[in-house]
Design a protein around this ligand. Structure first.
Ligand SMILES: Nc1nc2c(ncn2[C@@H]2O[C@H](COP(=O)(O)OP(=O)(O)OP(=O)(O)O)[C@@H](O)[C@H]2O)c(=O)[nH]1
Length: 368
């Protein structure tokens, strides 16, 4: 059974897509909280009355940031191929918002006339920084920068303002807590993502196994049926070979089951060399029975290709252990013409294989 290839590029793309989806889901509402925070802070500081233009200008700025988030969320939903640029745009918006809010708190703390609104501003700052630590740990360095932009002005200035001494201590302790919470969230995010990737790999592996023949690695009968039905629906030129090893029971009886298996594996390898996947779909559809679906131009050459294969198998031993005895195959082959269903087509080609067996084996029979 072939192993499922683990493609690091596919994993990286999955991580990026997942990160963008989570950033968009968590980020889209955040802008509204800055608008609300600013409304409260401006109201408590009597800014609409004392400095209406500034109050309105900052309100419009936060509304603009929120609109930017909504636009980015829309684009993120159809991001195929532009995930990295969109993530950078999200973070630019987050960090600019944090910078503006940090600047506002700096101003509020420095201006004694705005003392009544300081606590509201600090509480909003704590809330915004907490959101960074718990919901944006996917990029911990950027989140730490966001926390610093929001929080440092409050921490630094509260240490310098005599009336905020107690708050300064609490803010400093909280900042340390936030940074450790950010680290913990980051580890949890990574663990969850790794688990999800492992589950995806497991799902892909089971999915591949359900389509593949365990011994030869070719498609199994179920996959063959799916491909035959699909090719039928697409209505492109289509040919089918059904190949059966002659007297396979004798090979098992004479040389043992393990050698029989080796012959099956060797024939599968011969088929891979003889045909040209993916133009041909190769399957093991029964014990010692194989099928080849040829789509497109290859279908026109089916009879000649089948005869060549038949000759080549008879000419050289399929596996070292049966070198003394000749292994041959019988092949039924046909192009899709009047058959109305995949079952009808398969039955017709299988009938051709039956005739090849009846006529003495080691030969190719086409449709009547
Ligand atoms: N080694 C091995 N043998 C298998 C496997 N699957 C089926 N067989 C054997 O394949 C043999 C098929 O025998 P038959 O159906 O009588 O066909 P045959 O001997 O090839 O005779 P003709 O098809 O008439 O030429 C049986 O002995 C099965 O046990 C397998 O996976 N490995």
């Amino acid at each position: 059974m072939p192993a499922t290839p683990r493609d690091p590029a596919v994993d990286a793309q999955f991580r990026l897509g997942r990160e963008l989806a989570e950033t968009a889901a968590r980020g889209v509402l955040g802008g509204v909280f800055y608008v609300l925070g600013w409304l409260v802070v401006a109201y408590l500081g009597h800014l609409p009355r004392d400095r209406p233009l500034l109050a309105l200008g900052l309100l419009l700025l936060f509304v603009g940031f929120t609109a930017g988030r909504v636009l980015l969320a829309r684009r993120s939903a159809q991001a195929a191929g532009a995930e990295r640029q969109l993530l950078n745009a999200w973070w630019a918006l987050f960090l600019v918002t944090a910078l503006v809010w940090g600047g506002i708190t700096l101003w509020l703390l420095l201006d004694p006339s705005l003392a009544p609104t300081r606590m509201a501003a600090i509480i909003c700052t704590i809330a915004y920084a907490t959101a960074y630590a718990h919901t944006f740990a996917m990029r911990w360095r950027r989140a730490a920068l966001g926390i610093a932009l929001l929080f440092l002005p409050s921490v630094v200035l509260s240490w310098r303002l005599a009336d905020l001494g107690g708050v300064a201590f609490a803010l400093t302790v909280y900042l340390v807590y936030l940074l450790s919470a950010l680290r913990a969230s980051r580890n949890q995010y990574e663990r969850q993502l790794s688990l999800e990737l492992a589950l995806r790999h497991q799902r892909d592996r089971y999915e591949l196994q359900s389509r593949t023949d365990a011994l030869t690695g070719l498609d199994n009968r179920r996959e063959f049926t799916v491909n035959l039905e699909r090719a039928f629906v697409q209505n492109t030129p289509l040919a089918l070979l059904v190949i059966d090893i002659d007297h396979f029971k004798q090979i098992n009886d004479r040389h043992g089951h393990a050698v029989g298996d080796a012959v099956l594996v060797a024939l599968a390898e011969r088929l891979r060399l003889h045909f040209d996947p993916p133009g041909a779909r190769l399957a093991r559809i029964g014990g010692e029975e194989f099928a080849v679906l040829l789509e497109g131009d290859g279908g026109n050459l089916a009879l000649a290709t089948a005869e060549q294969l038949c000759r080549r198998v008879a000419a050289s031993p399929l596996a070292a252990d049966v070198a003394g005895s000749t292994v041959t195959v019988s092949i039924g082959v046909g192009q899709r013409r009047r058959q109305r269903t995949p079952d009808e087509f398969f039955a017709a080609v299988d009938g051709a294989l039956y005739r090849a067996k009846q006529q003495g084996r080691n030969r190719v029979c086409g449709l009547d």
